[in-house]
Design a protein around this ligand. Structure first.
Ligand code: CTP
Length: 427
């Protein structure tokens, strides 16, 4: 594209405010790309935004264009790209792009870009955009572990977070070259999910910033022998939605996952466990410093008294082995009754079916009292509708006597309703 064509297109873009109403309804996302090798992964992030109907303006830095060229960004976004503030200058792009955005996401965010943003420098279009944006801002850092852990970067990230910028923790794993460690750009699908959560909440901001939360997810397995176990139908979807949404609201999240096959949510510390005993140890340890704990996991209530070291064989006489069970610890009850510190908020789940002793809500109220937690999220599981489904509905009971009905919707929307309750109690 020639300079004049770029200029014309940038001007067209800047005139979008008078575009057709349907066009203006599309959420406006600015995708900032700074100069790191992970810039290629942002092409996938861009595709996800455009294919889901977002209006994306890509603002790469000059260094980013060393890794992925302007034609790629222009072709994928359907718009021209500019790195400097001198293109279409009469339309004041360095102000307008940021002002009209509903979300700015910078992926990858290099140590250099983070430092510039923390200090308010504005020497190119992206840094100008960051200074003029009044919408939520998400940074997905990617750099070598040494750079991420350097005191300068640590201070800069803390500064941005204090200002309400959501800085996603980088993932651990293979970095450029042969080294591994913390600093990888989280998977584009994960960054995208965080952005959707932030967009859906508008400018509310990261109200869980500075908070540590623990979420348990999945279903535990209690082994009979090396190949067989007693388990349950929990998929982990609701717990993962809780972890992802808490991270999107700025919390430092530890996700204790029991036998879940879903990808790790971006910026979340995942601790994998299998049995209820392992889940208990991991939750109790993480809860020691947590502001809130949400027990979305389905721990097995019983385990075999003994685990056979060998695969249990069929008996020649056709008889079935008797399985003797012992009760597992009740983790929710334990952490609720031995609070790690006053003010800690503890949330339990209750998968209930009514019976002749009471309705779903009556049984749930009794469970809230028995468990000793602050909030109980009640699912009516008559018919098994919740397991593995992307949707959920619930009533959120609390010790103040409130009962909040959450209409059927995504597990992320229920997760946000739960964090709303937690956030209210933490303040
Ligand atoms: N839970 C737990 N430890 C267990 C079993 C359950 O922490 N050993 C937690 C679950 O994570 C959930 C809540 O307790 O948050 C309720 O789980 P549910 O299976 O509905 O309750 P039960 O503990 O089985 O209830 P009851 O006391 O009626 O047996």
């Amino acid at each position: 594209m020639t300079d004049s064509a770029v200029e014309q297109s940038v001007q067209d873009d800047l005139h979008d405010d008078v575009a057709a109403p349907a066009e203006r309804m599309r959420p406006r996302v600015v995708l900032g790309v700074s100069g790191g090798i992970a810039a290629y992964k942002s092409c996938e992030l861009l595709r996800r935004f455009t294919e889901s109907g977002h209006d994306v303006t890509v603002v790469p830095t000059a260094a980013a264009l060393e890794f992925v060229g302007a034609p790629t960004w222009a072709a994928l976004s359907g718009k021209p790209v500019a790195t400097d503030v001198w293109t279409g200058v009469e339309q004041v792009p360095h102000v307008r792009i940021g002002q009209s955005a509903d979300l700015v996401v910078v992926a990858p965010a290099t140590a250099d870009l983070i430092a510039k943003a923390a200090h308010g420098l504005a020497d190119d279009l992206l840094t100008n955009t960051l200074l003029t944006a009044r919408c939520p801002i998400v940074f997905a850092p990617a750099m070598h572990t040494e750079m991420w852990e350097h005191p300068a970067t640590v201070t800069n990230v803390a500064t941005l977070r204090e200002r309400g910028v959501l800085v996603i923790e980088p993932a651990e794993g293979r970095l450029t070259g042969k080294d591994t460690g913390k600093g990888r750009l989280p998977e584009p699908a994960e960054i995208f999910d965080v952005c959707l959560d932030v967009l859906s909440r508008g400018a509310t901001g990261p109200d869980l910033a500075g908070r540590q939360v623990v979420v348990s997810a999945g279903g535990t397995r209690e082994y009979l022998d090396p190949v067989r176990f007693l388990g349950n139908r929990s998929s982990g979807l609701q717990g993962y939605a809780l972890a992802r949404t808490a991270a999107a609201r700025g919390a430092e999240v530890t996700l204790v996952a029991a036998n879940v096959t879903l990808p790790d949510p971006a910026g979340v510390k995942v601790v994998s466990v299998s049995t209820t005993a392992e889940l208990r140890d991991a939750v109790v340890s993480a809860a020691a410093s947590a502001d809130a704990v949400v027990m979305a996991a389905a721990p097995a209530d019983f385990r075999p008294t003994a685990v056979s070291g060998d695969k249990i064989k069929k008996a020649a006489d056709g008889s079935a082995p008797a399985i003797e069970l012992v009760q597992n610890p009740d983790i929710l009850k334990e952490i609720s009754h031995t609070r790690a510190h006053p003010g800690q908020v503890i949330v339990g789940f209750a998968a209930e079916t009514g019976d002749d002793t009471g309705s779903v809500l009556e049984l749930a109220r009794a469970k809230l009292a028995r468990k000793g937690c602050d909030v109980l999220v009640v699912n009516d599981v008559s018919g098994g509708a919740v397991f593995g489904s992307p949707e959920n509905e619930a009533v959120i009971l609390a010790t103040d006597g409130s009962a909040t009905q959450v209409a059927r919707g995504t597990k992320a929307s229920l997760a946000h309703a739960i964090w709303d309750q937690v956030a209210r109690r933490l303040t």
